[in-house]
Design a protein around this ligand. Structure first.
Ligand code: PGA
Length: 254
């Protein structure tokens, strides 16, 4: 049984003080039963990770910490970058790699994503690998080709046991921040396709890898998405910034 995972990607929102409040508010709205059903992750900006870590530790919260990106080297002359080792020291458990905003706005290639993913795994953190097609690719009937190739290239050279432990988020680019969610049928089909793609190359890992949907997830559409057998959770942007709405996404069965 794969445990559902709901992760909030805060993007470039929330300074460290706001982060403390948001994490605390979220924690007031969740109880032990929620955490036993769902893994709950927040991914604040780098500058707020230390503050989030402190609240989580001091208050013994079961919220897990994620980062939005990292470099693949441990250290070096890479102005402006943050290494996986630095994140590990902050008790970061998850690292988003290959988000479409990183790919599109900052030119990250599949091979960059592959290096980042391996670096994250090597520090015993869990990558959340993002894949997804553009609107043009969808209209041109290239969705599966594109997403399949992102999965294969991003995971190239990764052992099957490691693939089983990671998280893949299917995020169609046209659905991100637009209010246009993929239908739960489409999202479910694509998550099933990603699982098959994993199975073709990494065998049994397909049973364990958790596959999330992302793109305009909100409290109103989460339960239909989670009803799909192939969808193990959600990567939530905009709606994760409001602790009330994020908490109701986490409690999608209510
Ligand atoms: P959104 O973002 O929920 O605001 O569409 C999702 C994401 O980019 O991960």
């Amino acid at each position: 049984m794969r445990k559902p995972l709901i992760a909030g990607n805060w993007k470039m929102h929330a300074n460290h003080l706001e982060t403390i409040q948001m994490v605390q508010k979220l924690s007031y709205r969740l109880d032990l039963a929620d955490y036993s059903r769902v893994d709950v992750v927040v991914c604040p900006p780098f500058t707020a990770l230390r503050s989030a870590q402190t609240v989580i530790e001091v208050d013994h919260l079961l919220i897990r910490l994620g980062a939005q990106n990292c470099h693949w080297e441990a250290e070096g002359a890479y102005t402006g970058e943050v290494s996986p080792d630095m994140l590990q020291k902050l008790s970061v458990s998850y690292v988003i790699v290959g988000h479409s905003e990183r790919r599109q706005l900052f030119g990250e290639s599949d091979s960059d994503v592959n290096r980042k993913l391996k670096a994250v795994l090597a520090r015993e953190m869990t990558p959340i690998l993002c894949v997804g097609e553009t609107e043009q690719e969808r209209e041109g009937g290239q969705t599966k080709e594109r997403v399949g190739s992102q999965v294969r290239l991003s995971l190239q050279g990764v052992a099957s046991e490691a693939v089983g432990g990671l998280v893949i988020a299917y995020e169609p680019i046209w659905a991100i921040g637009t209010g246009r969610t993929a239908s739960s049928d489409d999202a479910g089909d694509m998550c099933a396709f990603i699982r098959e793609t994993v199975g073709e190359q990494w065998g049994n890992a397909m049973e364990d890898v958790r596959i999330l949907y992302g793109g305009s997830v909100n409290p109103g559409n989460i339960s239909a998405l989670m009803a799909k057998r192939s969808i193990d959770g959600a990567l939530v942007g905009g709606a994760s910034l409001d602790p009330d709405s994020f908490a109701s996404i986490v409690r999608y069965w209510m």
